[in-house]
Design a binder for this molecule. Structure first.
Ligand SMILES: NC(=O)c1ccc[n+]([C@@H]2O[C@H](COP(=O)([O-])OP(=O)(O)OC[C@H]3O[C@@H](n4cnc5c(N)ncnc54)[C@H](OP(=O)(O)O)[C@@H]3O)[C@@H](O)[C@H]2O)c1
Length: 326
């Protein structure tokens, strides 16, 4: 079977397609024939060892100090269950599924994953390509806005980086939760962000976040331009700042939480199967919709990685591993 691999950290050209043996599903595992995968921001960071902020050292400890520990790339997949291991009870052969393999290896024609991992039945409305681009951004948006921020109807949220892999889903999730959404993105993404449901759009080339002159219950920064100090000028009393990337200033601000009315929360998406099921439900009833920036054949994986590294994709960059679409 074909597998997307890398042997060293570096630019998009370090990715390779290798022929490896397909795995057998172990006890409690399902074997998935993967029809579509993706390249997301996490995959780019892992490929390039471009771990942000304080993650520079922990990132290398997790993924390999000098070279990648796991040579297999990819973290999102959508496909069909071909075999189930003993004691599997959640899934059956022939079911369409989508999910996440956070430590890498999802971009392969076959993968064996635990039935208790971040996997769910694929909503019938989705093609494999659409489904493969949803878990990374969808889960992050859902967990940060619904759980960590506990966003309520009528609350005001500022989403910075609102057209990207997380941001596009964050706009949809915030609207589904009944919030008023102000979305910050670039000049070419204003119409796109409005089409995702944003109530107000702001072009970061024209308006500086620090001088917005508005206050929000929640500030969700997916890009990493809002400092803790700027966030305090944007939040109402009791408001919450959620930065997706954080370094020393954010950690320092978190220590001062008990002494401040405007809080910061630093967290990493836990990639739980329960959240994957909730995301699938939200897709089923139309609250969250797929956002595909572009689709590349597996052979063009390096081009897909370069597109992601541009930091200007709209939603997800998908890799096709077969001609089957649904
Ligand atoms: N903590 C966690 O658990 C977690 C989970 C998932 C992701 N992450 C991190 O979250 C980040 C976002 O990932 P992503 O996939 O959404 O990234 P992405 O797809 O590259 O999104 C980039 C977004 O940022 C916007 N942008 C570019 N320059 C900007 C600027 N100067 N000011 C404001 N916005 C700007 C882009 O808008 P235009 O294209 O319109 O310019 C686009 O909307 C990554 O760093 C990732 O590592 C963390």
């Amino acid at each position: 079977m074909k597998v997307l691999t890398y042997k060293r950290y570096g630019g998009p050209d370090v990715v390779r397609i290798e022929e490896l043996e397909a795995p057998d599903p172990g006890d409690g595992e399902v074997l998935v024939r993967v029809h579509a995968s993706s390249v997301n921001t996490g995959d780019w960071r892992i490929r390039a060892a471009a771990f942000p902020g304080v993650m520079a050292i922990p990132g290398r400890l997790m993924f390999g100090l000098l070279r990648p520990r796991n040579p297999r790339l990819g973290s999102e997949y959508a496909g069909v269950i071909e075999e189930v291991g003993s004691s599997v009870s959640r899934f059956e052969v022939g079911e369409q599924v989508f999910g996440m393999v956070p430590m890498g290896g999802a971009t392969a024609e076959h993968i064996a994953v635990s039935e208790t991992s971040t996997i769910a039945k694929m909503p019938v409305s989705l093609s494999f390509e659409e489904a493969a681009g949803m878990p990374f951004g969808g889960l992050c948006a859902l967990v940060f806005l619904a759980e960590y921020a506990a966003l309520k109807p009528g609350q005001r949220v500022l989403i910075v980086g609102a057209s990207g892999g997380v941001g596009a889903f964050a706009v949809q999730v915030a609207k589904a939760l009944g919030a008023h959404v102000t979305a910050v993105s670039g000049p070419d993404s204003q119409d796109f962000v409005a089409s995702q449901g944003a109530d107000e759009t702001i072009d970061y080339r024209v308006t500086d976040n620090a001088t917005l002159g508005q206050r929000f219950e929640v500030v969700f920064d997916t890009f990493g331009v809002v400092t803790p100090k700027i966030s305090r000028g944007l939040l109402v009393e009791g408001g919450l700042f959620l930065p997706l990337n954080f370094g020393v200033p954010e950690i320092g601000a978190a220590f001062l939480n008990p002494f401040r009315s405007r809080k910061i929360r630093l967290a990493v998406n836990p990639d739980r199967k329960e959240d994957m099921e909730r995301l699938a439900q939200m897709i089923e009833y139309g609250a969250v919709r797929p956002v595909v920036d572009s689709v590349y054949p597996l052979e063009d994986a390096a081009k897909a990685h370069a597109r992601v590294e541009s930091r200007h994709k709209k939603g997800a960059v998908v890799l096709k591993l077969s001609d089957r679409t649904e």
